[in-house]
Write a protein that binds this ligand. Structure first.
Ligand code: FAD
Length: 459
């Protein structure tokens, strides 16, 4: 009898979820063919457009992804927006299995008056701006004020605070875009408040990011010892990471600044403000921009991770010219053919199998919600890949009917005037970026205009 035909799998999205899912399927199924589709010409999702420019070591996962892309059984097609250039039902006709790993491309909104005033930005847009995400390249955030307020107590909030307060020479040798570096060079921001609805025991950032802030040259931490009263006993039985994190905040709050001599004060400062929930972004007198935020003071009901912030009735105003809301990313529905839980912002699934649609899978942030680091995303992508493999092996997924794979998609794309970008095209773009960065001593100077990306990889 003839050998079983190779199953064709496609993956939508080339972030960590897409690449780790592909990697696991290729490794554990000797015949499977995997095609990765990506909306942008350039791959790697938030590894390129989210991870902070001064964390180059985090981006080393790109080497592993590149190895996967070089597999003979793997192909990459960038510049293809699934849901627009090709639909999910069309992919289902071309492949035995379709894995959706398109991440979380939107942000949660505050839902308060003044949120749309000039001077207010989502963390997603701000991060996209300094990382060269095409849609945010013209953000031009106004950095002419001295105080910024970040709403949120997660790692993204700390990334932004660090970028705002870092000495320029620390950023100059990173892959931060040239135009954002120029804007930061003129920035007047010297104070950053990070505001959260709950208390020190509920912060969502990790110790590495906190330590980086504490050790940031030229910036002083302003933490109020009163915020930590009584926490020593509360944290005694907490899991070790939470305990160490809280202890570091307490130690910092109690430390006397070392250099108290005149003139030695740090020119910049940052601090954590707890148990404050935003009520309104306040407009300047002429209504033209943000001048501060009105906050509701809260008390906590319950304890630990599940503690709820309840308004006490007291309010406070904080002056600031820049407001960054870092309260979370959000996935969007992709295609009417794919079920979507808009309440939770995820595709309903069990172990990555999309509910009610055999042959359709999901992984990464669109599967479990927009939290967790790359390792978390890796584990959940392996879990999804395992489901695909089990379904192939157990016959749930019938791989015997011939599926054309990219051959079919290619003709669809051609009829719609879409030019896919291959992985070797990406390597030309990559080389162009590296060459551009060389003169300035940067690992790369990112191309931020999709048309220019395409021009760097001529067809
Ligand atoms: P993504 O990385 O967002 O990838 C999704 C991909 O799908 C993107 O390339 C997108 O362009 C593509 N796509 C979207 N729509 C379509 C479509 N319609 N058709 C085709 N393709 C599409 N983790 C760490 O471990 N260390 C860090 O330092 C770190 N820093 C972070 C900083 C920020 C600001 C953020 C937001 C996250 C950070 N993370 C970090 C977390 C990490 O980035 C995520 O865990 C991970 O990227 C999620 O992977 P994903 O593949 O689900 O989503």
């Amino acid at each position: 009898s003839s050998p079983a035909p190779a199953p064709r799998v496609c993956v939508v999205g080339s972030g960590p979820a897409g690449f780790y899912t592909a990697q696991h399927i290729l490794k554990h199924h000797g015949g499977a063919l995997v095609d990765i589709y990506e909306k942008l010409p350039v791959p790697f999702g938030l590894v390129r457009f989210g991870v902070a420019p001064d964390h180059p070591e985090v981006k080393n996962v790109i080497n592993t992804f590149t190895q996967t892309a070089h597999s003979e059984r793997c192909a990459y097609y960038g510049n293809v927006t699934v849901g627009r250039d090709v639909t999910v039902p069309e992919l289902q006709r071309a492949y035995h299995a379709v894995v959706l790993s398109y991440g979380a491309e939107d942000n949660r909104v505050l839902g308060i008056p003044g949120e749309n005033l000039p001077g207010v930005y989502s963390a997603r847009a701000f991060v996209g701006w300094y990382n060269g995400l095409p849609e945010n390249r013209d953000l031009k955030p106004d950095l002419s004020c001295d105080t910024a307020l970040i709403l949120g107590h997660g790692n993204v909030a700390l990334d932004i605070a660090r970028i705002l307060l870092s000495p320029l020479q620390l950023l100059r040798k990173t892959d931060i875009t040239d135009s954002s570096l120029a804007a930061l060079a003129c920035s007047k921001v010297k104070r950053v408040w990070l505001v959260g609805r709950r208390g020190p025991l509920q912060v969502a950032f990790t110790i590495k990011e906190l330590r980086e802030m504490i050790n940031l040259p030229g910036a002083r931490a302003v933490l109020d010892p009163a915020d930590f009263t009584g926490l020593e006993s509360a944290v005694k039985d907490a899991p070790r990471p939470r305990k160490r994190l809280t202890e570091l905040m307490m130690k910092t709050a109690l430390e006397k600044p070392v250099e108290m001599q005149a003139g030695a004060a740090a020119p910049r400062e940052w601090g954590l403000k707890f148990q404050r929930s935003p009520l309104e972004v306040l407009p300047s007198a002429d209504g033209s921009r943000a001048r501060g935020v009105r906050l509701a003071l809260t008390r906590l009901e319950g304890s630990g991770d599940s503690a709820k912030a309840v308004p006490t009735g007291d309010e406070e105003e904080l002056e600031c010219g820049l407001v960054l809301s870092s309260i979370g990313y959000r996935s969007l529905p992709l295609d009417p053919a794919v079920p979507f839980d808009s309440q939770r912002g995820v595709i309903p699934n069990s172990s990555g199998r999309v509910e009610g649609v055999p042959g359709l899978y999901c992984s990464g942030w669109v599967k479990r919600g927009p939290t967790g680091v790359i390792i978390t995303t890796m584990n959940d992508s392996f879990d999804t890949a395992q489901s695909v493999l089990e379904d192939l092996q157990g016959g749930v997924l019938d791989a015997s009917p011939f599926r054309e794979g990219f051959g079919l998609v290619e003709s669809i794309l051609r009829s719609r005037g879409v030019r896919p970008v291959s992985f070797s095209d990406w390597q030309k773009i990559d080389a162009a970026e590296v060459a551009r960065g060389k003169a300035a001593g940067k690992p790369r100077e990112k191309i931020v205009d999709p048309a220019e990306m395409l021009a760097a990889a001529p067809a």
